[in-house]
Design a protein around this ligand. Sequence first.
Ligand code: PLP
Length: 398
Amino acid sequence: MMKPNPFYAELKDSYLFYHIAQKTKAYVDAHPGTKLLRMGIGDVSLPLCDAVIRALHEAVDDQADKARFHGYMPEAGAPFLREAIAAHYQKRGIEIAPYEVFVSSGASDELGDILDLFERSGSSLIMEPAYPAYVDANVMAGRKIIHLPSNAENGFLPEPREEVCADLIYICSPNNPTGAVFSKEQLKRWVDFANQNGSIILFDAAYESFIEDETLPRSIFEIEGAKTCAIEICSLSKSAGFTGTRLGYTLIPKALVRDGVSFNEMWLRNRTTKTNGVSYILQKGGAAVFTDEGQRQIRENIQVYKQNAKTLMRALDTAGIWYCGGKNSPYIWLRCPMGMGSWEFFDYLLNEIQVVGTPGEGFGACGEGYFRFSTFGSPEDTIEAAKRLIKLLHKREG
Ligand code: PLP
């Protein structure tokens, strides 16, 4: 008899956002007509920028014209998009060749699929609090997981330690959920550690475009030595509002080799077998993001989210609540006041002021006692949520 993958039984029974949805639904069912202020899930609220919309429309018209029609696209991405992305990195002084860029349908797909490249019995180091998909994808693949907790004392930026080593090392910077960003010096220590141990870093750069401090690295390939130990997974979801449109890309340097085998060549082989490429239309839309006009327009949208971050940070300052993130990240990570647990604080905000956030415990055990706000909501809702937070928490703290 064909047996199911046994590792699925080891997955925690339900996903964080599913629990949140259940709790909020129960609240709305019991209080019909209530408007919830959703400061939880990391989905964007602004539409795609004009340059992208125009390119998408033009690409649809291409598909209606016999002379301009495109069928299957190259599995690793259209040359025009791979070249545009490589040029975007080159402008920032990072030498990436178009053949080192793999166009994807988004970072989530890649974070799971890329595990195909590594020995199945290997280990993965996951710094926590972490985006829950890292743990789940590794559980499904049957890999050994080494949890590396972080805390406020180390700024949620753990340092490498000889005794905590793994074949794969996940680094998410800016981090979801804490908003913490590794400095160049800190990342260099991880790169040196990976090179010394033969490990590979999976660098999740989904939030790089929110970094405003120019001394902080936006790509691991700003760090010397990274090309021999790192893969970077990027997404247009948060930088350009592609959460529902779906487009990302993965950078795998030619120099990334173990046992004489090139991971770049392996991934090309994998993609040619397991995908038939991303749609021409979406890749045209994606290419528009990397034009000067596209970059200017996505920056304008990011500024709206950054303004939301300021609004929430001011509210937390007023209420005297400890937090990090928000400045170089769309997430604000706060310590639950009055010694509350994460889910306790979730219920408190939902019941008292109808604000929905994300309990820190959902990102790993060391997230207990913390809470995440996202800044991707509308400015109106964010301003209202901030007012309610001040009223509720200022009163309680005082
Ligand atoms: N990586 C991190 C850290 C994320 O927070 C998310 C989405 O929230 C993703 C990856 C997934 O991005 P995508 O929409 O490209 O699948």
